[in-house]
Design a protein around this ligand. Structure first.
Ligand code: GCU
Length: 330
């Protein structure tokens, strides 16, 4: 609280012992792949520019939940933040496209699009007016519903109150599935499920273990509605204030953090599934994904109709999707 207040206040100094303190916020815990990725970021920046910069990482929403952290990154109170594109949607509408349900039809297509640095950089640099710019992406897996009761089909969603991210497209998606959507920040979800304020939520497998949601929600249904990337966003004035050489270092550090995160992600998701199943008693359920897909056609159409920036990105992704159609491995 105090820290957030201090950061919100103007004129707060970010120089200690002659070094510029670079503040990086993440919503995740110290064991999460993103935190491990950020350690690489810190290590590289300090190896190359350690006489001038010290990178401090703030996990667990310490500097504020996603929406607050984005605002603080816009003002420069925080220099970098990792947030999902769903949380960026209301700040920069270009990111709404990634909340479209069933946008990617395979993990391969998702990874190819996100790893296409030239393509993604055009999107990343399109938010300059908002005061921030993304440097790289992190895998946040595939999102699925999990709840206190078993969801086998869209019909089971009727009457359920489900937490979604603070993303209007995700609210619309949840409603199209037949549930009541309850947008709230990530850190509030555990208690909300535990106290019965909501019946469940939607996320990747790590939410069950890293955030302990598997303690309070025992049914995880693989309906695979979204693959939403997380992004490392940086304050634009900070980035613009760097020399050419320094900027190169920060971008390289971002690239290294992406590589580490993606590697850790694959390992940790497998582990999370095992722990959730064997130690937390979570039941993983395979459902008819097509039945869920049919429910959200209207949501896909309305994003394309109402958001002029969405269509060209959608078309690009469809081309990549096509390349992997019919291949196994999902
Ligand atoms: C995932 C994702 C975060 C997101 C969170 C949420 O953990 O990586 O970016 O904020 O889900 O559902 O809020």
């Amino acid at each position: 609280m105090c820290l957030v207040f201090m950061l919100s206040a103007t004129g707060c100094s970010s120089v200690t012992n002659g070094k510029r303190i670079v503040r990086v916020a993440t919503m995740q815990s110290e064991t999460h792949p993103e935190y491990l990725g950020l350690l690489k970021f810190k290590e590289y920046v300090e190896k190359e520019l350690g006489d001038k910069y010290e990178v401090q990482i703030f996990p667990n929403e310490i500097l504020g939940a996603a929406q607050k952290a984005i605002e603080l990154t816009q003002t420069g109170a925080i220099d970098f933040t990792i947030v999902g594109t769903a949380n960026l949607e209301t700040f920069a509408s270009v990111y709404e496209i990634f909340s479209m349900p069933y946008l990617f039809t395979s993990e391969d297509a998702y990874h190819e699009v996100m790893n296409d640095t030239d393509y993604m950089n055009k999107i990343f640099s399109s938010t300059d007016e908002q005061g921030f710019r993304a440097l790289t992406w992190y895998n946040a897996g595939t999102r699925n519903f999990y709840a206190k009761k078993e969801i086998d089909s869209p019909e089971d969603m009727k009457g359920l109150k489900i937490r979604v991210q603070q993303s209007p497209a995700s609210v619309a998606m949840c409603q199209a599935f037949g549930a009541a959507a309850s947008p709230m920040s990530f850190g509030e979800v555990y208690t909300a499920i535990q106290q019965g304020v909501i019946d469940g939520a939607e996320n990747n497998e790590l939410a069950l273990t890293s955030n302990k949601h598997g303690e309070v929600a025992k049914y995880f249904s693989y309906n695979k509605h979204q693959m939403i990337p997380d992004l490392l966003i940086g304050n634009l004035s900070f980035l613009n204030g760097l020399s050419k050489e320094e900027r190169k270092v920060f971008y390289k550090a971002a690239e290294l953090s992406n590589e580490e995160e993606c590697k850790q992600w694959d390992v940790q998701v497998k582990e999370a599934k095992k722990v959730a199943q064997e130690q937390m008693g979570v039941k993983f359920i395979d459902v008819d994904v097509l039945a869920f897909q049919k429910k959200v056609k209207g949501v896909q159409e309305s994003i394309l109709k109402d958001n002029a920036q969405a269509k060209p990105i959608y078309d690009h992704i469809q081309k990549v999707n096509k390349k992997y159609e019919g291949k196994d491995g999902e």
